[in-house]
Design a protein around this ligand. Structure first.
Ligand code: SRM
Ligand code: SF4
Length: 573
């Protein structure tokens, strides 16, 4: 589809010589910690963002100093698994080149923050030596492919996990720029080998996200992705996947044109060949028809709503050369991580450890990072990241379980996991301040304190064991998927949050805005009132999300979430 008025980013991508731009020059420029303007966009495709320390902006400005620029670097880990030695390497790289905090993200991977410009290349080289890459973890391209990490589903898990890896490989860009710029590989002479039939020269109109869920657990929040694959299992055998398209979280305060949307199932495919083909062609359709003028409307969800599901299905089948079957029945019963030890069908053990907001560090109360290093050094547990920012120490043999348990106990990591309340264990917050340039309010730095203040309210009503999902983000972009939680807190300005309720526990119904821009006291007051009513009036163990939806929101449309009350009643396209 020809489009006029291409956005600035489209031009940058097209003129970038397969994502090279002037990155080499930018990185070597000593006068600034930043990159050349266009390279700021291009470097994302290489797996990193230029950021600055927002806590120090004022002080630096007063001293007439440049902002304190550094890089956030994100790993590509389809399915979120690394070997113990890779964790040791990651630990060392984080200590040498970043703030030292290892951050587990909501998309099953790792980020390091605070990497200075001259440390970027050594960091990427060190990752490469550890067989880790950051290629295509950011930018207008397919991102890290999520796969359920639930050890209970292990019989089909390996097979499904193989799909995550296959999709990851299928959708990698063909450019050699990453290897040339960061790993000093020889410049490519044969430009033909860089021709990219999928991404061509402008890549996707916007970021692209894929997740695979294995019912009955929706731990990956499958419907919040551009493509959600739902494994269909009959008699313990993988039969294929329901394919859902058009999920996404981001909204904009005060603009009803941007909305959160859950993906819609378009059909079922049985063989690997068909599933991969369908995934690939969904990307080509979005590549060809996605909005390249307005980046706020460029995600697949808008292309799906603009062109309609029937059109999409026809076009997809035409490009695939086969018909999709009708969607197969499935149901989600849970959306959670199973804390503690679980044993799988191969008699391997998996310990799911609670990591608050995914931040692995040592502090005055817990030597989490040191404990995990000691586990990794045994070489006896894989490290598996969940989409809820937690960590599974996985694939532990029966004879090694005592040793791993001893380390976890010595570092009080089991006690730490056991002591966390149900609310805390089901909470997520995004990074937000001080590194995220888009944050309007705090996220992960504030959420733990807020939870501490909510816990006594739940106890007052005897609700402390309710596994209510609560998620906070510093802005409406939705990085902790707040619109798919029973309680969503979405930053509007410093110390203030839009207050959303009524999402279901399984990730199949979005919440709705209930009150705008509340401060902490107002949030706590609202929760006190809502929990009191919930305690008194709920029937048959209704979840808080279902109760809230029925009691306070049932007149509001179901499938989309807007970010301001005034948006909710506006007509949709
Ligand atoms: Fe996100 C941008 C952090 C998951 C929607 N996200 C950002 C940036 C890179 C800010 C920026 O553009 O400069 C944040 C960096 C903060 C920092 O300092 O690290 C950021 N997003 C994160 C992470 C680290 C949150 C976390 O605490 O775990 C997650 C990293 C995931 C990963 O490993 O790849 C993260 N971001 C998400 C999710 C959740 C998901 O994918 O399941 C979403 C909502 C789902 C979706 O995409 O619809 C999400 N992030 C966004 C958006 C809105 C995109 C849109 O459709 O408009 C932005 C802003 C943008 O792209 O313009 C954004
Ligand atoms: Fe930043 Fe907003 Fe994402 Fe939080 S939700 S990390 S504030 S972009």
């Amino acid at each position: 589809m020809q489009q006029n008025n291409l956005s600035g980013t489209e031009r940058i991508k097209q003129a970038s010589d397969s994502l090279r731009g002037t990155l080499v020059e930018s990185i070597e420029k000593e006068i600034t910690g930043n990159l050349n303007e266009d390279d700021v966009a291009l470097v994302r495709f290489h797996g990193m963002y230029v950021q600055d320390d927002r806590d120090r902006r004022e002080e630096r400005a007063e001293k007439k100093l440049e902002r304190l620029y550094s890089f956030m670097i994100r790993l590509r880990l389809p399915g979120g698994v690394i070997a113990p030695q890779q964790w040791v390497d990651l630990h060392n790289i984080a200590g040498e080149n970043s703030t030292g905090v290892i951050k587990i993200t909501t998309r099953q991977t790792i980020q390091l923050h605070g990497v200075l410009k001259y440390d970027v290349k050594p960091t990427l080289k060190a990752f490469n030596e550890a067989h880790l890459t950051t290629l295509a973890t950011c930018g207008d391209i397919n991102r890290n492919v999520l796969c359920s990490s639930n050890p209970k589903q292990s019989k089909v898990h390996e097979e499904v996990f193989a799909y995550a890896k296959a999709i990851d490989q299928l959708l990698l860009p063909k450019t050699h720029a990453y290897y040339e710029i960061w790993l000093d590989e020889e410049k490519i002479v044969d430009k033909e080998s860089e021709v990219d039939p999928l991404y061509q020269d402008r890549y996707m109109p916007r970021k692209f996200k894929i997740a695979i869920a294995i019912p009955p657990n929706n731990d990956v929040d499958v419907l919040t992705n551009d493509i959600g694959l739902i494994a269909i299992i009959e008699n313990d055998k993988l039969k294929g996947f329901n394919i859902a398209i058009g999920g996404g979280m981001s909204t904009t305060h005060g603009n009803a044109d941007n909305y959160a949307r859950l993906a819609t199932i378009v059909g079922f495919a049985d063989t690997e060949e068909k599933v991969l083909k369908a995934v690939y062609e969904i990307l080509t359709i979005q590549r060809d028809y996605g909005n390249r003028s307005d980046r706020k409307l460029a995600r697949l969800k808008y292309t799906v709503d603009r062109l309609g599901l029937d059109w999409w299905k026809d076009e997809l089948e035409r490009r695939c050369g086969f018909r999709l079957e009708d969607e197969r029945p499935y149901s989600f019963h849970e959306r959670k991580d199973y804390y503690g030890w679980q044993q799988d069908h191969k008699e391997l053990w998996h310990y799911t450890l609670f990591i608050e907001n995914g931040r692995v560090l040592d502090d005055e109360t817990l030597a989490l990072k040191s404990g995990l290093l000691e586990v990794a050094k045994t070489g006896k547990a894989n490290f598996i990241f969940t989409c809820n920012q937690n960590l599974i120490l996985g694939d532990v043999k029966e004879e090694d379980k005592t040793q791993i348990t001893e380390i976890l106990e010595r570092f009080q990591l089991i006690a730490h996991t056991d002591a966390a309340s149900a609310l805390r264990k089901n909470a997520m917050a995004c990074v937000a301040l001080n590194t995220c340039p888009l944050a309007l309010a705090e996220g992960q730095r504030y959420m733990p304190d807020l939870i501490t203040k909510i816990e006594p309210i739940l106890e007052k009503y005897g609700l402390q064991n309710e596994e209510i999902t609560i998620r906070m983000t510093g802005c409406p972009n939705g990085c902790a998927r707040p619109f798919a939680a029973e309680i969503g807190l979405v930053g509007t300005s410093y110390g203030k949050y839009n207050f959303h309720i009524g999402g279901d526990r399984l990730g199949e119904r979005l919440n709705k805005l209930y009150k705008e821009s509340l401060n902490e006291d107002e949030i706590l007051n609202e929760l006190d009132n809502l929990f009191a009513t919930y305690k008194n009036e709920r029937v048959n163990g209704e979840t808080f999300g279902d109760f809230s939806h029925k009691k306070w929101l049932n007149s509001v449309p179901l499938t989309r979430s807007a970010s301001s009350l005034s948006d909710v009643n506006l007509p949709r396209p």
